[in-house]
Design a protein around this ligand. Structure first.
Ligand code: HEM
Length: 508
């Protein structure tokens, strides 16, 4: 009986699979361009994701098939302006996020970033947005902390042996210190000077859980089996990072209670978070946020602020350090050397260099997945049923239309200068490094301020070049290694030599 039922079962599975395939082949959206196999299975996409090469795979498909391409039976990618507007900006914040974002819950608690539906998300965003408005970011107390950290970075470069600095590490420490300053000063980190705080940054940045987390998303039971068989790298474990956030929240909550009872003292460890910080905003009793909600939100923004800012700066400084970009450094130096720290936001060449860095090396280069809403939608002329996962990826948006971005793989800050207003507008509309619409990057003003202040301090005082290695090999592999949503330089190391400007005449 049992033997009879096995062939029966197998036949039933085969027939059901065939029916599914035939349905897909005759479905209304079957004509979306792309490899035929992708209409039947998501395996090719997953293969590239698990190897950390999703961005490059999707980009290659766009180059082969055009601005709309089938990634999987239920997933389609776009590389056009009308699609970007529809998916991310229609009705303010575009289509809803997919369950992929549940991977970003912190302490098991949902955050603004990991919230899927628009209503819940926009309530939280309305509360937090003013802390990231440019008017708050440029407040003296807020900016002072960032400037101080930029100075620490250049001091580190000056004191490094042979003035060769692992810029990847130092920039991630800078980003960590900068973002925690904005989240909960005076309880922010000091990773540029303190090895214990640097270890926290390393815990977050050297995470190696891509495969495990992808399995968790796609197939929880399989993850459990693979785990039991010892086939997976260790769980993502960031205990010290979690602790620094909880400590800050607890210290600030306790200080607020003491103040209410008239028992406040002036010690830093028991001071409330400064007014300009995110934590101070969340502590408003009217908002009724719990301790864990505050911690989860801070943890999320901390993670968002370390990798992104650190990686963009690292790629950009690497690029500028190449021999062919030395003339750009020279131009930057001449713009910066006589500028005041206050003018960091109004320097045209600095702006162009940074924008070009973000165009070529967006630290979140890959698809930002969203669901087609109920009833289905036509996206840039392609009709898709509800529940289809759609996306654009910054890496491709910044390269695909070569009439707007000629020679897209060439680093050329000048493309942002001296063009016509029309070309400028076309480039800006496609600029997607911070995403767009109501779910776009909340921290972009903070990130821009951090990056400009750092670049200003470095390139007004130093020339940077690639550090020489003993065997004459390139000092680091800077190719993209995709993680869950961000990408990082493969080697997670970037050795640059910092030559003080007064010494450059002898060295160059
Ligand atoms: C170069 C630096 C940065 C880049 C390229 C960047 C990029 C992005 C992108 C592309 C998104 C949208 C992601 C998606 O929809 O899946 C995003 C969202 C977000 N970013 Fe950034 N980011 C940067 C720095 C920061 C910093 C410094 C912070 C804050 C401390 C921050 C906080 C956030 C938050 C809270 C969201 C979620 C917004 C929401 O869901 O409404 N980011 N960022």
């Amino acid at each position: 009986m049992a033997l009879l039922s096995i062939p029966l079962l197998l036949s039933a599975v085969i027939i059901a699979t065939l029916i599914t395939y035939v349905r897909r082949l005759v479905s209304k959206d079957a004509s979306v361009p792309g490899p035929r196999l992708n209409l039947l299975t998501s395996l090719p996409l997953k293969y590239h994701e698990f190897r950390g090469q999703r961005t490059a795979y999707v980009h290659a498909l766009h180059q082969q098939y055009g601005s709309v391409v089938r990634l999987a039976p239920n997933e389609v990618a776009f590389a056009s302006l009308p699609a970007l507007k529809e998916i991310y900006m229609s009705n303010g914040s575009g289509y809803d996020k997919t369950e992929f974002y549940h991977l970003f819950r912190q302490y098991g608690t949902p955050t603004m970033f990991s919230t899927l539906d628009k209503q819940t998300h926009s309530r939280r965003r309305r509360i937090l947005a003013d802390r990231y408005a440019n008017s708050n970011v440029v407040k003296e107390e807020a900016l002072h902390g960032i400037r101080e950290r930029a100075t620490r970075f250049t001091q580190l470069a000056t004191s490094a042996p042979g003035q060769v600095l692992d810029t990847y590490i130092a920039l991630h420490s800078y980003a960590f210190d900068g973002v925690t300053h904005h989240l909960f000063h005076p309880h922010g980190s000091n990773a540029l000077r303190d090895a214990a705080d640097e270890a926290i940054m390393r815990e977050v940045s050297f995470d190696n859980s891509l495969v495990r987390r992808l399995l968790e998303y796609y197939n929880r039971p399989l993850e459990k089996v693979a785990d039991a068989l010892g086939l997976l790298p260790p769980q993502r474990s960031i205990p010290r990072a979690k602790q620094i956030v909880l400590d800050a929240v607890d210290a600030s909550l306790a200080a607020a209670d003491d103040n209410r009872m008239g028992e406040g003292d002036l010690k830093i460890e028991s001071a409330p978070a400064a007014n300009f910080t995110l934590l101070a905003r969340m502590q408003d009793p009217a908002l009724k946020l719990t301790r864990m909600q505050m911690a989860a939100e801070c943890m999320d923004h901390m993670a968002a602020g370390i990798e992104t800012t650190g990686d963009v700066l690292c790629w950009l400084m690497w690029q500028l350090s190449l021999p062919e970009c030395q003339a750009m450094q020279e131009r930057l130096y001449h713009e910066l050397k006589d500028s005041s720290p206050a003018s960091y936001d109004s320097l045209p060449y600095l702006q162009a260099v940074l924008k070009e860095g973000l165009r070529m090396f967006p630290s979140i280069p890959m698809s930002l997945p969203r669901y087609v809403p109920a009833g289905g939608r036509e996206v840039d002329g392609t009709w898709l049923p509800e529940g289809t996962i759609v996306s654009c990826q910054p890496y491709t948006m910044h390269r695909f239309d070569e009439t707007v971005f000629p020679q897209p793989d060439t680093f050329n800050p000048d493309r942002w200068l001296g063009t016509t207003a029309e070309v400028d507008a076309e480039m800006n509309r496609r600029f997607f490094a911070f995403s767009n619409g109501g779910r776009g990057c909340l921290g972009r003003h903070l990130a821009m301020a951090e990056m400009k202040l750092l670049l200003r301090d470095v390139y007004s005082q130093f020339q940077t070049v690639l550090a020489e290695t003993k065997d004459g090999k390139p000092p680091a592999d800077m190719s993209m290694s995709d993680q869950i949503i961000s990408s990082r330089p493969k080697d997670q190391s970037c050795l640059l030599k910092f030559i003080p400007r007064e010494a450059t005449k002898e060295v160059v």
